[in-house]
Ligand binder design. Sequence first.
Ligand SMILES: *[C@@H]1O[C@H](CO)[C@@H](O)[C@H](O)[C@H]1NC(C)=O
Ligand SMILES: *[C@@H]1O[C@H](CO)[C@@H](O)[C@H](O)[C@H]1NC(C)=O
Ligand SMILES: *[C@@H]1O[C@H](CO)[C@@H](O)[C@H](O)[C@H]1NC(C)=O
Ligand SMILES: *[C@@H]1O[C@H](CO)[C@@H](O)[C@H](O)[C@H]1NC(C)=O
Length: 292
Amino acid sequence: MKYLLAICLFKAVLGWWSTGHMIVTQIAQIVLQAENPQVLNIANQILEPLYGPMTHGISNSFVESACWPDDIKVYGFHDFDSWHFTNKPYDYDGFLNITDSGEDVIWALNQCMSTLGLLNYQTAILENALAMRFLLHFVGDYHQPLHVTTLWSRQFPSGDQGGNLFNITFDKTVTELHALWDSVMGEWEVDLVRPLTSDGWHDINMWAEWCMGNYTQEDLAEELAVSNITDWVYPTYHLGVDYAYHGIKPLEKPSEEYLKKGWQIALRQLSLGGRRLAQLLINLFGQEETLS
Ligand SMILES: *[C@@H]1O[C@H](CO)[C@@H](O)[C@H](O)[C@H]1NC(C)=O
Ligand SMILES: *[C@@H]1O[C@H](CO)[C@@H](O)[C@H](O)[C@H]1NC(C)=O
Ligand SMILES: *[C@@H]1O[C@H](CO)[C@@H](O)[C@H](O)[C@H]1NC(C)=O
Ligand SMILES: *[C@@H]1O[C@H](CO)[C@@H](O)[C@H](O)[C@H]1NC(C)=O
């Protein structure tokens, strides 16, 4: 019972729940396998020292490693919590009241890129193994509209924490707007067992294929052409304002129309995030010599 409660509390502060994160990394893996398998080898080589017991036996692959920055919260390690989001204000009633912490997801991603960009992974083994895990995770979080947008209004004069305080009527697990989006409209609210079983791998792969099939490289060409990580924020912010906070009020049940649109947006964002992650890794390691 206590364990269940801990899991529930833990869920309330996560990014995309683990399924969403693993879909992003699976998409990146599919792209890398096709375009540059050597880069995928290097990423795995960097991650590998922390596979196994150091990460509690549940992050033994490129795909599962995306979950690690949330897994550590279960063990009371909250030092990096502010790196998972950025609070771009949606200032509905002109109640703006914000202090920008600076150390947000945009800052953290740029830090990960600088660390990994030193290309010292053969000597700085732990540092790179950590930076890579953060990178895999934060690219995902950065594409969740409510990790970017926060509502400030008469009702939320100090902000709604990206929908975490915006209660809705949905089900027992998903009780606020942030969770609705993290769980992709409740579709992926039950986390897969990790290490992934063969059924788990099958599902992650199928869902990654759905995202990629519905939102191809061609569909996303305009956004994929933007290479500056900092500039990725605005389109996602607008998805927050125009869709996540649009057509729903606190305590309401999301309409069928809202859920349908939200599902499409989330799949699109997962496809975009996975493809961008592959591109970042190619930018980092595409010129590296074959190891071992
Ligand atoms: C801003 O937030 C502070 C602390 O939460 C609160 O005391 C203050 O009233 C807020 N200002 C406005 C304009 O709501
Ligand atoms: C949202 O729900 C939580 C948990 O039930 C409750 O503590 C909180 O007061 C609610 N917030 C609002 C703004 O309704
Ligand atoms: C698009 O996504 C849906 C699920 O929403 C899936 O059933 C369908 O197969 C996907 N289409 C492609 C081309 O992948
Ligand atoms: C990325 O964009 C930001 C703001 O738009 C700018 O400050 C920064 O210098 C850019 N970074 C690069 C590497 O061009």
